[in-house]
Design a protein around this ligand. Sequence first.
Ligand SMILES: [Fe+2]
Ligand SMILES: [Fe+2]
Length: 189
Amino acid sequence: MAKATATKSAATKKTAAASTQSEESMLKDLFIEELKDIYWAEKHLTKSMPKMRKGATSEELASAFENHLAQTAEQIARIEEVFEMLETTARAKKCDAMEGLVKEAQSVLEDTPKGSAVRDVALIIHAQKIEHYEIASYGSLVQLAKTMGRNDIADVLQVTLDEEKTTDQLLTQLAESGINISADNEMEK
Ligand SMILES: [Fe+2]
Ligand SMILES: [Fe+2]
């Protein structure tokens, strides 16, 4: 009787271990898929941010884009580091959401007059939509990494998450510190 119980308990343990393992690898797979998505998104942003910088009216907004472009290159390197930590090849998977967000941001340059404050207001709105997508992505990845017991990976991605949040706050400050008011005073030509 005792032997049978022991056998049963061993079997239960085995099943529990197997299911934890498969759940773990399913979560890991999901994590890698999300990482590929943000990897594509960041790479795409390095191509679009120079256009936004060039199109910006105010010096402050142009230099905010410039600084964030440099940060984005570091963020890409961090994602590659995480792929390595997961012993997986770094691969990008097209992110339809970021493609759309970038398209909308680019259309600002066609839809608003060059040299206007209203153009900066529109660029800030669209840049913040992009930042919020990134914040959602990195926020989830940091949390998932912790769930998987990979605090080392969570720490790497937390650096990027903080940068995205700071950029979002800076854009809000720029809008509130004068760009919105300038646009409000701007006359249609
Ligand atoms: Fe980023
Ligand atoms: Fe960003």
